[in-house]
Design a protein around this ligand. Structure first.
Ligand code: AHM
Ligand code: MG
Length: 335
């Protein structure tokens, strides 16, 4: 139930019963992500003070090593998720291999695994542009009581039980779904609590924003080139507006609120695009679908793709349903 002025903590507990495995573990897991997000937010907001507190690699006044923010975020999320003893495994865009939580969950009783991109768009940090965290939660498929295996992580996106992102922007927001719509919470930095600010978020059916790195235009497949030209054509509600932050979470967030399409297609430079299926595309696709939007690789629904490796990349087209469908038809017609 949506109540005004609800905090994220209250919302998570209030909705626990509607979750089909309502044992409270998923609630604790989401609460641990909420905590890590606050810690990372605090650090991200200090990024501009680098000349004062020291750059990555320096030793600060307390004698601590200054870490790069993406390494810091990775450590904080892994630490928080591990300490709460709710997950059995974590895979991160920052780590080569998945982590099996053997130290605390020695008998392998935990059921959830988390995949995370701790600080997406981190090349934007130095220039004070929004970055984000993306997370994706599954139940393990191998039996409880045994160590996790790669199979637990290579599940199709349609098996996700929850997914979300944090956008560290002009304000910090946590947006997530457990498969029952999408809700957004804004951090009140004075109090340190997230409040429900965007209940039942939905992509408009259509929009007028397209987001793509047009610097790669000449390398795009013909169908994408044709679609971009279509976006720019003076007809009906076009030309569309081009908006590209280069930070997936922020581009997605804006498009969900205003209506738009995000594209990271394959190109002659990257045969599968750039974005990672497990850490970036699956969670964003789950959120998009729960918000009445659509996500595909141009031909196939993202959530139906069978992953074959942890760090695999896929082309990603995501946003307002009608816009994604039009783009898909351009790709089909250029085949
Ligand atoms: P990262 O995980 O290395 O930060 O890369 C992902 C980011 C996305 O947030 C963003 O949409 C995209 O890379 C931008 O890439 P490009 O600079 O090629 O347009
Ligand atoms: Mg990333």
């Amino acid at each position: 139930m949506i109540k005004k002025n609800q905090t994220l903590g209250e919302f998570i507990i209030g909705n626990q019963a509607s979750f089909k495995y309502s044992s409270g573990e998923l609630s604790s897991l989401l609460n641990s992500i909420r905590l890590a997000a606050k810690v990372v937010n605090h650090e991200v907001n200090k990024a501009g003070l680098v000349d004062i507190i020291g750059a990555a690699g320096d030793v600060n006044i307390q004698g601590e090593n200054q870490q790069k923010l993406d390494v810091y975020a990775n450590d904080k999320f892994i630490q928080t998720l591990t300490n709460r003893n709710i997950v059995c495994g974590i895979a991160s865009e920052e780590e080569d291999d998945f982590i099996s939580i053997n130290s605390i969950d020695e008998n392998h009783q935990n059921k959830y695994i988390v995949l995370i991109d701790p600080l997406d768009g981190s090349s934007n940090i130095d220039v004070n542009v929004s970055v984000g965290t993306i997370f994706s939660i599954y139940r393990r498929v191998t039996p409880v009581g045994t160590p996790v295996t790669l199979e637990d992580f290579l599940q199709k996106g349609n098996q996700q039980v929850a997914a979300g992102y944090v956008v560290y922007g002009t304000s910090t927001m946590l947006v997530y779904t457990t498969g029952d719509g999408v809700n957004g919470f804004t951090l009140n930095p004075a109090i340190g609590s997230f409040y429900l600010s965007h209940p039942n978020m939905e992509f408009p059916e259509s929009g007028t924003i397209y987001s793509v790195n047009e610097g790669n235009y000449i390398h795009f497949p013909q169908g994408i080139k044709n679609y971009i030209k279509y976006c720019q054509k003076e007809e009906d509600d076009r030309p569309y507006t081009s908006r590209y932050i280069g930070s997936l979470v922020s581009d997605f967030h804006r498009n969900m609120i205003k209506g738009g399409i995000y594209l990271y297609p394959k190109s002659s430079l990257n045969s599968n695009g750039k974005l990672r299926l497990l850490y970036e595309c699956n969670p964003m696709a789950f959120i998009a679908e729960q918000a009445n939007g659509k996500a595909s690789d141009g031909f196939t629904r993202i959530l139906d793709i069978q992953p074959t490796e942890l760090h695999e990349r896929v082309p990603f087209i995501c946003g307002s349903r009608n816009m994604v469908e039009t783009c898909e038809s351009f790709l089909r017609n250029a085949q």
